[in-house]
Ligand binder design. Structure first.
Ligand code: EPZ
Length: 432
């Protein structure tokens, strides 16, 4: 299995292009199932998850065409998705288990055909991640839901969902996206209470409106959708990846460098992250291409963060902030409230000399002067990035193994970092 080798001690300097957001691109691609005409998405990142979902959508009848491969670093792909008819309403276990976001075909399939059979996603490294909120939402819209042999079988009586009121007891990004997509073609009005407010949902809603959907309340806790009979295609550009941007801002600060992150509206979409990073001592200066990130002084200040749904501090930045806190000038308290097992990076960072004490879902991180290079193991997407960040400042070399996790969410990471001065390579490695 591939690994990354990184030699620490080099300040990162220069411009680094931020790619399209994985977590916006995935639901946007599923929205293509809602219409028989072409949905053309641009700024799609070159990521494993995008390829996996593209194959899954083709299995449901989507005809895809890569209009532009986007070869330049940071330049996204342009792909059109045309689904004249849904040819298969089943999403198979072997794809869904690899990528949880596949569950986002459930709403569009149900809305377009009145039925869907989707494998339960199963858990993943960071937690159990059930889909009960998705299913309760569809039931509130009149769907009959049955579970059989690890699959969800959803049927809309009469072939069409009915508008209803969906109240989420806890905030769920995916459930909000699934119900939102389904509601666009339901008969009548759907009100989604306690909706997630992540920028990726606003991106999805904006695209659905461009396709003819009738949605109000974007960015608030209550979304109202007047169902329509049909949606048409459109052209839409995926928003910039706020988590990738936050991750590289931390890389600039940790290495005492300065990076211009090139992308659209980065400070705006990085709400929730910018506050915490600013408190840690990172300053952001807007430019006409994006934003410059660097440490305001020579010290990283210890901060206390608790992960929350947007606009709070994002759980997808928790592992990366922890890497930064391992070399802060004092101590930091990091509390993870979204996922039950999102601390798999802790033992690996500890092997690099970090001083981290765990108390349930809270990590106490005491800053050390120097991390030590070591062979470490990536366990999930954001944990992998935290190990690369640690490797950028550790002494000697760090080998990050099983970096297929990174390929899911960080487009051309090695190239992007090499271009700004990192001593980083990728090889087949011994694979451990
Ligand atoms: C999305 O996952 C993101 N993935 C995740 O990013 C992100 O961490 C998460 O939202 C939270 O922001 C994509 O957008 C593809 P949730 P999602 O439903 O939708 C529980 C990354 O690193 N829950 O908001 O699956 C769930 O177990 C990935 O890019 C239920 O209990 O997250 C979790 O504890 C990781 N029942 C919490 O809610 C449900 O039906 C939040 O999950 C659904 C969720």
């Amino acid at each position: 299995m591939d690994r990354i080798a990184v030699t620490g001690g080099f300040a990162l300097k220069g411009s680094l292009p931020i790619s399209g957001a994985k977590n916006a691109a995935l639901p946007l691609m599923c929205a293509g199932l809602l219409t028989e005409s072409a949905l053309t998405l641009s700024n799609l990142p070159h990521l494993a998850d995008i390829s996996t979902l593209k194959s899954l959508l083709e299995g449901h009848g989507a005809e895809t065409k890569i209009e532009d491969e986007g070869k330049k670093l940071g330049e996204g792909q342009i792909i059109s998705f045309t689904t004249p008819a849904i040819t298969n309403t089943t999403a198979p276990y072997d794809i869904v288990r690899k990528m949880r976001a596949s569950i986002l075909v459930l709403g569009p399939l149900l809305a377009r055909t009145g039925e869907a059979t989707v494998s339960l996603p199963g858990g993943c490294a960071i937690g159990n991640r059930p889909i009960d909120l998705h299913l309760k939402g569809f039931e509130a819209m009149g769907a009959n839901i049955e579970l059989e042999e690890g699959y969800v079988r959803a049927v809309a009586p009469g072939g069409r969902l009915k508008g209803g009121t969906v109240v989420f007891p806890t905030v769920s990004v995916g459930a909000t996206e699934n119900i939102l997509m389904a509601a666009t073609l339901a008969e009548g009005t759907t009100v989604i209470e306690n909706a997630a407010r992540e920028p990726e949902i606003a991106d999805l809603a904006s695209c659905l409106i461009a396709m003819g959907a009738n949605i109000t309340g974007i960015g608030t806790r209550t979304l109202t959708v007047e169902g329509v009979d049909k949606l048409h295609g459109t052209e839409y550009s995926v928003m910039s990846d706020r988590i990738e941007a936050g991750s590289y801002a931390i890389a600039a600060a940790m290495t005492r460098g300065e990076l211009e992150l090139v992308g659209e509206n980065l400070l705006e979409v990085m709400t929730g992250t910018v506050g915490a990073l600013h408190e840690a001592g990172i300053e952001f200066t807007e430019t006409d291409q994006g934003v410059i990130a660097k440490l305001a002084s020579d010290k990283i200040k210890g901060i206390n963060v608790t992960t929350q749904p947007f606009p709070g501090f994002p759980t997808d930045m928790q592992a990366q902030v922890m890497a930064m806190m391992t070399i802060c000038d004092s101590a930091s308290v990091i509390n993870e409230t979204i996922f039950e097992n999102r601390f798999m990076h802790v033992p690996e960072l500890t092997r690099m000399g970090a001083d981290i004490t765990m108390h349930g879902s809270t990590a106490i991180v005491r800053g050390v002067d120097q991390l030590l290079g070591a062979p470490v193991m990536a366990t999930d997407l954001r944990a992998s990035m935290s190990l690369v960040l640690a490797g950028l400042v550790a002494d000697r070399q760090t080998f990050v193994n099983r970096i297929y996790h990174l390929d899911r969410g960080y487009e051309r990471l090695v190239e992007k970092l090499q271009n700004v001065g990192a001593k980083i390579t990728r090889d087949s490695g011994m694979g451990i």
